[in-house]
Design a binder for this molecule. Structure first.
Ligand code: SF4
Length: 421
């Protein structure tokens, strides 16, 4: 989402007559778009921004601007840590950046209020790569998961005008893009002007030139029959979903305020895979959440075994200042949390390996992305269900090409394919 925002800001600045500087030493403005999801991300951003201080000493006209979630989260305080910065701009004020940098609002330093009306209708991001682009269709979040800072830095949910989204897709395909990824914190809760997420997906799929549609991240609570039916029947919507589980214990899910049960979560996977057992499901899981007992953790392991995720991002719980769960006393030591995490990783790695093995012998259409980083004679592309495939081209290939490959070898989690056509 931050990458999309950076591309959106680049588009706004370009529209105001600015251009991206190839050399940092020649830049008149430095923009740092920051993440706040963990404290570590903020520390990294502060360290990175600090590196621009010598540049500012050399070039007195240089302006350093901090954007994004950390800008909202820290606001004025950032001037104490980084006294040389010029502006702090939260996620609802990007439209004003040209005015800020070109002078009209240059005297104001902090822009961090939420703007309930700003959903960036009528603005379009620069294309992020030559064959695939992301489009933010929803900003902010109406959930209040007890461990999460996002709603406090991005505000309440705001959905983009469907006509604007369709226009952005149309403009993207005209530039050669064939894969569209829709972004939102709870993207499948999208609703605007009578359009549902399911109907929006259908409309996007009708645009000539769109070959693959992905979306991230859906929330388990916002699947209904209409959506499941579209996901199963529309051949342009990829058979991969990143569906965050977080915990397999209903007690912990309740404490997290996740608004679903483990049973409901598993029933969604069953529905998605009922017509295609290769439908890939990846997830996020937190081990050692505050109050998690041995039995809660066992339940998570049980759900992981039943769900057969294709892959998972697994995190050790770390309390985040400003969230509800930060105020609760932890009972688990870091060592206990780490042990649980290791156990989880071991089980999931085996499942990931099995799910990859199951792909052996399948014939898949892959979207070519880039030469392999290990051997430039080989290339990498992705299947519809988001598996990376390494292959040796039989003729010239370019990023964005579609090829048919037979998966004839699995090395670890890596699929290797032979080009058929
Ligand atoms: S759904 Fe929960 S975890 Fe996701 S962004 Fe919203 S509050 Fe955070």
């Amino acid at each position: 989402m931050n990458e999309y925002d950076s591309a959106l800001i680049a588009g706004l600045l370009e529209g105001a007559g600015l251009r991206i500087s190839k050399n940092i030493e020649e830049a008149d403005f430095l923009f740092y778009n920051t993440c706040s999801v963990r404290e570590k991300a903020e520390e990294t951003a502060i360290a990175k921004i600090s590196q621009s201080r010598p540049l500012k000493q050399k070039n007195k006209k240089l302006k350093v601007i901090v954007l994004g979630c950390m800008a909202k989260n820290k606001g004025e305080q950032l001037f104490e840590k980084l006294p040389f910065i010029d502006h702090v701009i939260g996620t609802d004020h990007y439209r004003q950046i040209p005015e800020i940098v070109l002078g009209a609002k240059a005297n104001e330093r902090v822009f961090t209020d939420f703007d309930e009306k700003e959903n960036y209708d009528g603005t379009y991001a620069q294309i992020q790569n030559p064959f695939s682009t992301s489009i933010t269709i929803q900003r902010g979040c109406n959930k209040r998961c007890s461990y999460c800072i996002v709603p406090y830095v991005r505000g309440n949910e705001k959905n983009k005008d469907p006509l604007d989204i369709l226009a952005e897709v149309q403009m993207s395909v005209e530039k050669g893009i064939s894969e569209i990824t829709l972004l939102g914190q709870t993207v499948n809760a999208y609703k605007k002007d009578g359009e549902t997420f399911a109907s929006l997906l259908e409309k996007i799929s009708e645009i000539n030139g769109v070959k693959r549609i992905r979306f991230v991240s859906p929330h388990p609570r916002h699947y209904d029959d209409e959506l499941i039916s579209v996901l199963q029947s529309n051949s342009k919507i990829c058979h991969h979903v990143h569906l965050p589980l977080q915990s397999g214990s209903d007690t912990i899910l309740k404490k997290m305020r996740r608004q679903y049960t483990a049973e409901h979560f598993l029933s969604l996977i069953e529905a998605l895979r009922s017509k295609d057992p290769f439908y890939a499901v990846t997830t996020d899981i937190i081990s050692g959440f505050v109050g998690e007992t041995d039995s809660d953790f066992e339940k998570t392991l049980e759900v992981v075994k039943q769900a057969q995720f294709d892959n998972a991002f697994m995190f050790i719980y770390s309390p985040r200042i400003g969230t509800e769960s930060y105020l609760e006393k932890e009972i688990l030591s870091q060592e206990q949390k780490l042990l649980r995490h290791q156990q989880l990783v071991e089980i999931q790695n085996q499942i990931t390996s099995n799910r990859s093995q199951n792909m052996l012998g399948r014939v898949e259409e892959i979207l070519v992305e880039r030469p392999s980083s290990k051997d430039p004679r080989e290339w990498m592309g992705k299947t519809d269900n988001f598996k990376k495939v390494i292959f040796k081209p039989t003729s010239t290939v370019s990023p964005g090409d579609y090829l048919t490959c037979k998966i004839n070898e699995i090395r670890g989690w890596t699929l290797r394919g032979e080009v058929l056509s």
